[in-house]
Each structure stands twice: as C-alpha cells, then as structure tokens.
Ligand binder design. Structure first.
Ligand code: DX5
Ligand code: ZN
Length: 217
C-alpha cells in the first residue's frame, strides 16, 4: 500500500490554521489528520464540525477524521457532510461496531477502526474485510507529544501479517509519538499511513514535513 504522511493539526497554531495547511500541502503531505476529542472517551476536548467545515475550503488533501468520542454513530453523518474523506471510530467507543461501520460506508466516506494500545488486534478480526483502514494507536489517545509505546509495534506487525495472508486491501495507520527517530520502526513494522503532530508543527513546518516524507521513501 502507498505510504502517506498525515500531519495531525492538533499540534498546529490554530490562529493561522489556513497558512499551516498550505505549508504541509506545499511540502507534499498527502493527508490531514483531524483529531476530535469529547472530554469523555479521552480527557481532552479539541475541535469539531465547524472547524472541519472551515478547513475543508482550504485543502484538497484527504481529511482523515479520528473520532475519539463515545457513541460516534451520533455524529458520523455530520462529519461526512462537513467534508471528511475518512472517518475512523474507536472499537472501544462503539456498542455496535459492525453497525457503525455500515453507517459510515453508507455516508460515502472511507471507514477506519482505531484500537487503543491495550486493545488486541483480534478484537476486530471479523470486520477487517469491511474497513479501509485500521488505526493502531501507538500512545494512549487524548494528548499530543507523548512517547511511543513500543509493544504497540507488535500489534502493527501482527496486523500486517494478517493483511498479507488474507490479501486484504487495508491501510495500516499509526498515531502517537511518531517523529524522525521513531518513524523508521513503525514503517518497518508495516504501517503505511503515518500520523505526526508535534513532529510536524513544532518548529519549521515545511522542513519537518519534508524530512518525514524523505524518511518514508
Ligand atoms: C492523540 C491524537 C494524535 C496526536 C498525535 O490522541 O490522536 O493524532 O495529535 O500527536 P503526536 O504526533 O505529537 O504524538
Ligand atoms: Zn489522532
């Protein structure tokens, strides 16, 4: 599967969001990762529908919406209408994951399922052929700037073996603690969609993006 960089705008300067989007775009990042937090599923509250609607006007890149909210089926249609290209829900946050996946598909966006570090890959075995992407969280969700938890790489390896054996057409995304020093090990483990927040937006955004993309070649 194609390797793509998904800068997480959670770490961006919101006062100049449009300019920040232009920088990652010009540097060649393929996705925009959009972290929605509800203060219940995770401790923090981030941003939601109005912000998505605004940024949709300023980028043609794939907007990858990561819903860290309980019972996400309540908002799936709204996020699709606001401009999401991919909607990812947490397996732990859905009472009826299969039904939520079907609901996202009906909205016409791509569908992703996310797993917290402690949630086993086997818990989503039966829905793997229904989704476009699996997001293996490499930190506990809720905050940017955390350190990658090494055992999550075993899960990435486990999933990429399943994908190869079953010949699934599935992207493997990783999110949390990915930077210049850790990107190589997530790629080696088999991830192909790489989320990076602090590593992109702290410092020179364009340079950071280019450096990470360079490491992905
Ligand atoms: C964390 C979010 C991440 C976050 C990553 O819960 O899902 O997308 O922005 O930030 P870094 O790359 O700084 O770990
Ligand atoms: Zn995220």
């Amino acid at each position: 599967m194609e390797k793509c960089l998904a800068p997480s705008i959670l770490a961006a300067d919101f006062g100049i969001l449009k300019e920040q989007l232009e920088l990652i775009d010009e540097a060649g990042a393929q996705y925009v990762h959009f972290d929605v937090m509800d203060g219940v599923f995770v401790p923090s509250i981030s941003f939601g529908l109005p912000v998505l609607k605004s940024i949709r006007k300023y980028t043609d890149r794939l907007i990858d919406v990561h819903l860290m909210i309980v019972d996400p089926e309540r908002y799936v249609k709204d996020f699709a209408e606001a401009g999401a290209d991919i909607i990812t829900v947490h397996a732990e946050a859905c009472k009826h994951l299969d039904a939520t996946i079907e609901m996202i598909k009906k909205c016409g966006t791509m569908v992703g399922v996310a797993l917290n570090p402690s949630t086993p890959v086997g818990s989503i075995a039966h829905v793997l052929d229904k989704v476009d992407m699996v997001l293996i969280m490499t930190v506990n969700p809720g905050f940017g700037g955390q350190k990658l938890i090494d055992y999550t790489l075993d899960k990435v390896r486990e999933l990429s073996e399943i994908v190869a054996t079953k010949k699934l057409k599935l992207d493997i995304e990783v999110d949390g603690g990915i930077n210049r020093d850790t990107i190589e090990k997530v790629l080696d483990a088999g991830a192909n969609i790489i989320v990076a927040g602090s590593a992109v937006f702290k410092g020179d955004v364009k340079e950071n993006t280019k450096n990470l993309l360079e490491k992905m070649r």
